[in-house]
Design a protein around this ligand. Structure first.
Ligand code: FES
Length: 107
C-alpha cells in the first residue's frame, strides 16, 4: 500500500473544499455537517466539475443543473426527477500521522 497524504486533519473545517490531482484522477476533498469525503470532481449527471459546487447541510450541489448529492451516501437528491442519475464516485480516506490521504492503488 502506498499512502498519499492530502491534508492535515487539523486544517479540515465545515465547508472545506479543495481539489487534488492524484494518479491522473481529479478529486475533491470536502467536509460538510461533519461528513468528510473524497469524491471524484465529476458530476454523475453530465460530467460537469463539482469543484465550484456549493456545500450545504451534508450535500454538494452541482453548479451546472443544480442537482444535490448527499456526501455520506453519494445519492442524488430530488426523488423521481433524479432517479436516472448515478451516485457520486468516492474513495476511501485513510488517516496516518495526523494526515488524511488515500491509498494510491485505490484511485
Ligand atoms: S451536470 Fe451536474 S447536475 Fe447536471
Amino acid at each position: 500500500m502506498s499512502f498519499y497524504p492530502l491534508e492535515s486533519i487539523a486544517r479540515l473545517k465545515e465547508g472545506y473544499l479543495r481539489r487534488f490531482k492524484v494518479a491522473g484522477r481529479d478529486l475533491l476533498l470536502v467536509q460538510s455537517e461533519g461528513v468528510t469525503r473524497l469524491i471524484e470532481n465529476r458530476c454523475p449527471h453530465d460530467g460537469s466539475p463539482l469543484g465550484k459546487g456549493r456545500l450545504l447541510k451534508g450535500c454538494i450541489r452541482c453548479p451546472k443543473h443544480g442537482i444535490s448529492f448527499a456526501l455520506n451516501t453519494g445519492r442524488p437528491l430530488g426523488g423521481e426527477a433524479v432517479s436516472e442519475v448515478g451516485f457520486l464516485n468516492s474513495f476511501e480516506l485513510l488517516e496516518q500521522d495526523g494526515q488524511l490521504g488515500i491509498n494510491v492503488e485505490d484511485v
